[in-house]
Design a protein around this ligand. Sequence first.
Ligand SMILES: [Mg+2]
Length: 268
Amino acid sequence: MSTDRSRADSPAGNLDAALAEALDRVAATEKLLVAMDFDGTLAPIVPKASDARPLPGSAAALDVLCRLPWTTVALVSGRDVDTLRGLAKPSQLIALIGSHGAEIWLGPHADPLTLTPEQEDLLASVRTSLAELSGRYPGTTLEHKPAAVVLHTREADDDVAAAAEAEAAELLEGMDGVFVTPGKRVIECAVVKSSKGEALQLLRQEVGATAVVYAGDDTTDETAFNRLLPDDVGIKVGDGFTAAGFRVGSPAEVQLLLERLQQARWNR
Ligand SMILES: [Mg+2]
């Protein structure tokens, strides 16, 4: 909602009253699933993705939430599960959905993602093509995931980023079995079809959640918002179209809502 930098960058004073009321209501549910996108939601966006860290207040609120009975905390991200596990503390208590839903980690005994030989070959060919492309566009980088290659353009100049993204989109369009997910200054090229929404649905069933709180800032989070039910609470972070019922301006406001949710769940 807010594009005002001073407001976006500093902890906001108060939550919207309707959102606070919705959080208090959902906190009373029997089995609560709190599913949070990572970058741009828990962690402010930074130029270098590896430097991203959740705001300490948000991490502390999630830490309390995941220790409360009948309460599951999940990180739902485009990042791969191994990276997420390193960022989540305490990781053993948090369910992880990585690679936009292609990887779901529900504990140390969960099955790791496995690719068919055809998918392995396809992934190798996508890697080769994108490495060649990225080499021609300064500032672009590749991230390698178990089932995907991601082209990051955040550190490139705007015109270079736009050209690289356009060429990548054209290149990948013709590749059968490659699923392309564009994001903010990022293009994900996966060889497994998945979405955050499908993964959220699976997770909801797995934990038997009676209500879900989901927050996210990117276009890929819309697949999750679209799966929410009337008793759930969906929160879009930042500007842009959304199917979510609520909106906050920044990760600092996400911290406020998590603190509210944590207190309400604690006191129920
Ligand atoms: Mg995000």
